[in-house]
Design a protein around this ligand. Structure first.
Ligand SMILES: Cc1cc2ncn([C@H]3O[C@H](COP(=O)(O)O)[C@@H](O)[C@H]3O)c2cc1C
Ligand SMILES: O=C(O)c1cccnc1
Length: 346
């Protein structure tokens, strides 16, 4: 992971200053476009562009299965992962609708679905057939973690090479809120009971069980808080690691990342653990109802753009938030200045 570390540049603060001054000359009272102004400055710092561009955005959905579902932690059976992948390929999922709405490039990648599938349009980067049940053994090996991070990195690099100007990462993997909550318990040091909710439709009595499963897994696996690869190998998920790799790639390429909900925030936290400057390239699209999300956002020191009470994943909340980034860039590019419009400043 050392190559990744050295490759992520710090923000171009000088460009930020220049854009801030320019925004103050646009035909509006200073600061009156609030967070849109901050967003425009952030995007300029990320890209070193006076007029940053975020279109076309790109959406990559990584799919994988989780051995821990055999503990009965999800309201849905494992085969929903592959069924939803077919739905993505047939353009019927929420993320398809919102990707179309924002004109996004779109790709679905199998990094670890438990069954073999060959389908037109599905990118095959399968590292293994789902993770192992991490209550009984490590989810995967360190080598597999590194391979799946590399696969995510490569897919993002490919989309950026094709012209994507803002990256949204999505996931599909029944059981991935359990892996995400376990990872968050390690990174935050908080009690598992504060992290786990019932947003994916899990029955009330099942929440306690899900919490117990996570506590047991943490006891058995003892992931090393200081080693993100160890955390992913012991209690992680393939699609979670792939999103981390894709985020590192976007940051290394100075492409803004619009972070989705709970699972994506966990990938973002892991990217931060691997390379702290990666978070400079992240904007958080929305705040999920999943209780762990607020804790993850605190650790990321990020304020979400929207709170629409979503808790779906797939990249859906980020895609819905994307037009706000477009507004910020168009404000910068298309508004008249006081001088050009002949409006008195005082
Ligand atoms: C039909 C359906 C579509 C989804 N799209 C995203 N998720 C979301 O829910 C899953 C995680 O929830 P849990 O950990 O409780 O299994 C992930 O696949 C996530 O993307 C879905 C879940 C379902 C059931
Ligand atoms: O907020 C999310 O991203 C989320 C929450 C529950 C299930 N899947 C995703």
């Amino acid at each position: 992971m050392n190559c990744v570390k050295t490759a992520i540049q710090t923000l171009d603060k000088e460009m930020g200053q220049r854009v801030r001054k320019y925004i103050d000359n646009l035909t509006k009272p200073p600061g009156s476009l609030g967070r849109l102004e901050e967003l425009a400055i952030q995007l300029a710092e990320m890209t070193s562009e006076v007029f940053p561009v975020v279109s076309p955005p790109g959406v990559i959905v990584f799919a994988a299965d989780h051995g821990v579902v055999e503990e009965g932690v999800s309201a849905f059976p494992q085969e929903v992962t592959v069924q939803m992948v077919m739905n993505f390929l047939n353009s019927g999922a929420a993320i398809n609708v919102f990707s179309r709405q924002i004109g996004a490039m779109f790709e679905v990648v199998d990094v670890g679905i438990a069954t073999d599938i060959e389908a037109d349009g599905l990118v095959n980067r399968k590292i293994r057939y789902g993770t192992s049940n991490f209550c009984k053994q490590d989810a995967m090996t360190r080598k597999e973690v590194e391979s799946v991070i590399a696969a995510g990195y490569e897919r993002a690099e490919n989309m950026i090479g094709q012209g994507c100007k803002c990256l949204i990462l999505g996931e599909m993997g029944i059981g991935n809120t359990t892996a995400s909550s376990a990872i968050l318990a390690v990174l935050s040091g908080q009690d598992v009971s504060t992290l786990v909710g019932r947003e994916t439709g899990i029955a009330v009595e099942k929440i306690i069980h899900k919490q117990q499963v996570i506590v047991r897994a943490l006891d058995e696996r003892k992931p090393d808080r200081k080693d993100p690869i160890d955390i992913l190998a012991k209690i992680g998920g393939l699609e979670i690691a792939a999103m981390t790799g894709a985020m590192l790639s976007a940051a290394a390429n100075r492409v803004p990342i619009l972070v989705d909900g709970f699972i994506a925030a966990i990938s973002a936290l892991l990217a931060k653990e691997i390379c702290s400057t990666a978070i400079d390239y992240m904007i958080v699209g929305h705040c999920s109802v999943e209780p762990g999300h607020k804790i993850a956002l605190k650790l990321l020191s990020k304020k979400p753009l929207l709170d629409l009470e979503l808790c779906l994943g797939e990249g859906s909340g980020a895609a819905v938030a994307f037009p706000i980034l477009t507004s910020a860039t168009l404000m910068l590019k298309e508004m008249a200045t006081f001088a050009s419009a002949g409006i008195s400043k005082e």
